[in-house]
Design a protein around this ligand. Sequence first.
Ligand SMILES: Cc1cc2nc3c(=O)[nH]c(=O)nc-3n(C[C@H](O)[C@H](O)[C@H](O)COP(=O)(O)O)c2cc1C
Length: 178
Amino acid sequence: MKLFIGYATTEGQTQKIVRHIAERLVDQGHSVELATFGAAGPVDLKKFDGAILGASIHIGHYQTALTDFVEAQLAALSAMPTLLLSVSLAAAGHDAEDWRGLDKILSDFAEATGWTPTEVMQVAGAYTPSQYDVFRRFAMRRIVAAKDPEADLDWDKEYTDWDALNAQVDTWVSKITA
Ligand SMILES: Cc1cc2nc3c(=O)[nH]c(=O)nc-3n(C[C@H](O)[C@H](O)[C@H](O)COP(=O)(O)O)c2cc1C
């Protein structure tokens, strides 16, 4: 199958996630085009059997590059199987309020763009103080200290569940192959 993967990343975890998926799909025999949304502007999605879009949440929003891409490609995206990978730290925990927040971010995004992905996966991202400026480091330390008392706040910590990610992407691919 021919698959398109577009993404936006701020600190790099979404990029790591989509690269992992792209390698896995290629190993499975699929043909994959991987691009950041900025670079993917003029892409012709009709050439693909499905599209995976990845973006991460910062202060309650996905990157504008995702919104711009979806608005520009709305007709094509709405006519093909899609999977949205929504990367965040809220998805790393089990806090009901955090998960309601993720639902709200998603429904606001769907309302603003008019696009409802065929499937959505909430993917746990990473805490990456090595990538933050002083203000972000301060804010994120407090959040992570409250959510994960075991975390060493001076070091990057990855929360992504790679097995769950593999399983969900495989299921999505097998559905569109069937
Ligand atoms: C300034 C800042 C704000 C963030 N805001 C949120 C947020 O509102 N909700 C959330 O669940 N995660 C939030 N995060 C966590 C990111 O979504 C997480 O670190 C993710 O892995 C980033 O992905 P990226 O490396 O691809 O940009 C925030 C991170 C930073 C640095």
